[in-house]
Design a protein around this ligand. Sequence first.
Ligand SMILES: Nc1ncnc2c1ncn2[C@@H]1O[C@H](COP(=O)(O)OP(=O)(O)OP(=O)(O)O)[C@@H](O)[C@H]1O
Length: 245
Amino acid sequence: MSEVVLQLQGIHKSFGDREVLRGIDLTVRTHEVVALIGASGSGKSTLLRTINLLERIDDGQILLRGQDISDPRVPADAVRARIGVVFQHYNLFPHLSVLDNVTLAARHVFRESRQDAEARGIDLLGRIGLAEHARSFPDRLSGGQQQRAAIVRAIATNPELLLLDEITSALDPELVGEVLDLVRELKAEGTTIVMATHEMAFARDVADHVVFLDQGLIAEQGPPEQLFGAPREPRTREFLSRFLS
Ligand SMILES: Nc1ncnc2c1ncn2[C@@H]1O[C@H](COP(=O)(O)OP(=O)(O)OP(=O)(O)O)[C@@H](O)[C@H]1O
């Protein structure tokens, strides 16, 4: 069995008197792609945000390679340096060139020289066909190019875990494919990914493990063949029927 990267144990999170996460247990192993699916408001984004400490949990534990990162004494910056994140939108800093966006963490968090960071940044941008845009500002790129650059930025420092939160939902349909292709490539390279997605066909195709969240609880989880092919829970069937009809 491969190594455990992330372990969530009994995660609870409330906003005011509304309990949004009601006891989530989840294990993510190295090289695994885990897809979080579920209705709007089921808690997918909140769960991802707790993992990189954008939201503090009320109860439970988050272990990153065995370290309890939910312990308030652990500095959030040190945790975020180990986890790459891409959100739905507003990922790139608009006032920085694409290359500066991609190299920012390497230079300022990991103290790499500009020369080394830029050499790798150009190489990464080249791999997604954006080398000629390295010195452009993000607003010169299409939405799909911006999201691909954001993904490259998130992996530029070789994080232990990559979190993707609905990264295609703000894109025009014709731009979705190029972003999903990049995620497929990352999977092939062995990147460990937890992603919230409404792209059921993509989750089915790429995920090793699918987690169906329903009102802050994991209603069902398993390999995609089970979740999509033979769901056990009526709630899962009902949710999927809305997508697959
Ligand atoms: N900062 C916050 N303050 C108050 N309520 C919040 C906050 N963040 C999220 N919520 C609420 O928590 C619930 C879960 O939201 P969350 O964004 O995690 O769901 P989701 O499954 O990711 O939904 P979507 O698919 O629409 O992105 C929602 O009811 C939302 O309104």
